[in-house]
Every structure is written in structure tokens, then in C-alpha cells.
Ligand binder design. Structure first.
Ligand code: GLA
Length: 335
């Protein structure tokens, strides 16, 4: 990172009338922390992150592969072999998890300084220009991330993007939540509900195998709320210390509530609504720098991993003249 980029790193704070605050940085359009009250009215930060942008990996800090609170792009999650065919042309992407591509490549959206377009105490708009060929992707891409805090403290995260040539896009906000407010504790005692009847099983590299698997009654089934830790090591898909790291297939359309996380001890809850077709449940098993494995839970609203190589998955193609848009809402409450 250059001295100039280091100087440009800024902390931006959103504040709702009910006291909920959201801290962001333009480094990677990153959510650094969200303060919400427990049932006794005590506010605490419910995200894994740092107080200073200089502690994030792009600025030389630890946890290089954790993507703590970051915006991942151009393509969140994995693309097999770091390659895809588009209109008869094969594109070779940065293989930053060799031989595969993860979260946009070696120098992805979480490592760059985004331009600050709007920054007031209720809305932050950040933009990033990714040139044609960046990380191997076709088309110059202009991405915009808008974070809006509503009167009731609901946080809306909207991503838009346009391109100069046909390409693939899938942007995600990669927050790790720990509703206890204490990142030294495990999230296995959080209760989870996910409105999904199927997952995409993965191979040893974390890539979808192509199968869609019904999960009723299995360790992946969260249609009836239960503790994350209750069956996390039960299923061969979640064994080997890898925990949950799977895309849930979401039904329905439009922005709808797809998941709810509750921490019975503090009373804090988080409801996730999105218009996306998938939700990556990641139990944080690869954490290990400043934060222990399973000390944060990710609910990443996204398109399905490896879609550019899977004609039967919902398409992530973006053409010139069209606008990519994704909307995810986080509602903080008490259960
Ligand atoms: C995603 C992936 C995980 C891991 C994390 C970042 O959630 O699915 O395998 O790479 O990002 O550490």
C-alpha cells in the first residue's frame, strides 16, 4: 500500500436515533463495526474487526485471508480453475487460492481505497473503478456501494455496477457477526434460522460440486431455529474442522427475510433480508489471526459460487447497458 493510499483511509460513521452506530472505512468498503444494544440497553460491537483501518491486511495488518467486514469483488467466493468462458473467449483470472479464484483475486475490491461520493451520518456512498482486464476480468467495471442506516437502525447495503464489456459480477459484504459483543467468545451458542431447503455441497477446495442437495432433517437444516453448534460436526460435508462454508439456495424473489441470528444470553438478534439467490453460511473455521475459529459467523447474501462455469446456476453475467444491483438489509433487534 502506498503512503498516499494510507493517507486516504478514512473512518465513516453512521448514527441512528436509537443509538445504533455503524463504522465503515473506504478501504475495501469495509464494515468495521456495528454497535447495538443488548436487552439491558448496553451497547457493544457485534462485528469482528479493528478500530483502525491501518490494522486491516491491505494496510499491513494480520488476518490476510479473513476478509473481515469487507466488500469482496468482482466475484465473491470461488471460481474453479480461476477461469471461465464468455462468448467463446476463455478468460484467465488471478489464482489467489491456487488453482482457484477467491473473492475477486490477488488485488480484489477489499484491498483498494474506494472513492467517497457521499458521507453523512445516515448514508455512505463509495465507488470503485476497476479497469478492463483487472484480475483477468473483461470489461471496465464501475461499482458503487451504498450503506444507508434507517430511522430504526436497519442497515441497507446496496451494490450496483456497470461494465463496458460483457463480464461476471457478484459483490458481497463479508461481515462476521458475534452478537454477544465479545469477539473472544464462540458463536456456536447463537440460534440460527435460514429459510432454505437446499445447499450446494462442496468439494475439498470449497467449490460447489454441481449438486443441489435437499437438507431437511440434516445438520444443515435451519428451517427450525436451533443453535449453530448443535450439529456442526455431524455431517461429512461439515467435518474436518471446516464447519459450515456452504451456499444455501434461497427461494422467492425480491427483498425477503432469509435468515435470523439470535444470541439468547444477550438478547441481541440480527435479521437478514436480501434479493440475492444465495446465502453463504460460513462458520469462520479458517479464522486464526486475531480472532479464533468460530468466533464470528458470516451470512453472505450473494450469487452462487462458480456460477460463470455453471450454466444451470442463476446467471452472474453483466452486459454493457445493464446495471447489476444487489440489496441486503440487516435489522438489529432483541429476541
Ligand atoms: C468465504 C469462503 C470461505 C473463506 C472466507 C474468507 O466465506 O466461503 O471459504 O474463504 O470467505 O476467509
Amino acid at each position: 500500500m502506498t503512503d498516499r493510499a494510507r493517507r486516504d483511509m478514512t473512518v465513516l460513521t453512521l448514527r441512528a436515533p436509537n443509538g445504533i452506530t455503524v463504522r465503515l472505512t473506504n478501504l475495501g468498503a469495509t464494515l468495521m463495526g456495528i454497535e447495538t444494544p443488548d436487552r439491558a440497553g448496553r451497547f457493544a460491537n457485534i462485528m469482528l474487526g479493528y478500530a483502525d483501518p491501518a490494522d486491516y491486511p491491505a494496510a499491513g495488518g494480520p488476518d490476510p485471508d479473513a476478509y473481515l467486514g469487507a466488500t469482496c469483488g468482482r466475484y465473491a467466493n470461488r471460481i474453479a480453475g480461476a477461469t471461465f468462458m464468455l462468448d467463446g473467449v476463455r478468460y484467465q483470472l488471478s489464482a489467489n487460492e491456487a488453482p482457484n479464484h477467491l473473492h475477486g483475486g490477488e488485488r480484489n475490491f477489499h484491498e483498494v481505497i474506494w472513492q467517497i461520493v457521499v458521507a453523512d451520518d445516515r448514508r455512505v456512498v463509495l465507488s470503485h473503478h476497476s479497469p478492463d482486464g483487472d484480475q483477468g476480468y473483461p470489461g471496465a467495471l464501475d461499482a458503487v456501494a451504498t450503506f444507508t442506516l434507517g430511522d430504526d437502525g436497519e442497515l441497507a447495503i446496496v451494490y450496483t455496477a456497470t461494465t463496458t464489456r460483457p463480464t461476471h459480477v457478484n459483490l458481497v459484504s463479508h461481515g462476521y457477526f458475534n452478537l454477544s459483543g465479545d469477539p473472544r467468545t464462540s458463536t456456536l451458542d447463537h440460534r440460527l434460522w435460514i429459510d432454505a431447503a437446499e445447499i450446494l455441497p462442496i468439494d475439498a477446495a470449497g467449490l460447489p460440486t454441481g449438486e443441489r442437495r435437499a437438507i431437511a432433517g440434516s445438520a444443515f437444516d435451519f428451517t427450525v431455529p436451533r443453535m449453530i453448534g448443535s450439529r456442526i460436526d455431524d455431517d461429512p460435508q461439515a467435518q474436518g474442522g471446516q464447519g459450515y462454508n456452504h451456499n444455501y439456495v434461497l427461494g422467492g424473489a425480491g427483498v425477503r427475510e432469509v435468515a435470523r441470528l439470535e444470541h439468547p444470553i444477550s438478547g441481541r438478534s440480527l435479521a437478514v433480508s436480501t434479493d440475492q439467490p444465495g446465502l453463504q453460511l460460513y462458520s469462520g473455521d479458517f479464522l486464526g489471526g486475531s480472532f479464533a475459529p468460530r468466533s464470528g459467523i458470516c451470512l453472505e447474501a450473494q450469487h452462487w459460487p462458480d456460477s460463470p462455469n455453471r450454466a444451470d446456476f442463476p446467471s452472474t453475467r453483466l452486459d454493457p447497458g445493464a446495471t447489476y444491483r444487489s440489496e441486503t438489509r440487516l435489522r438489529f433487534g432483541l429476541s
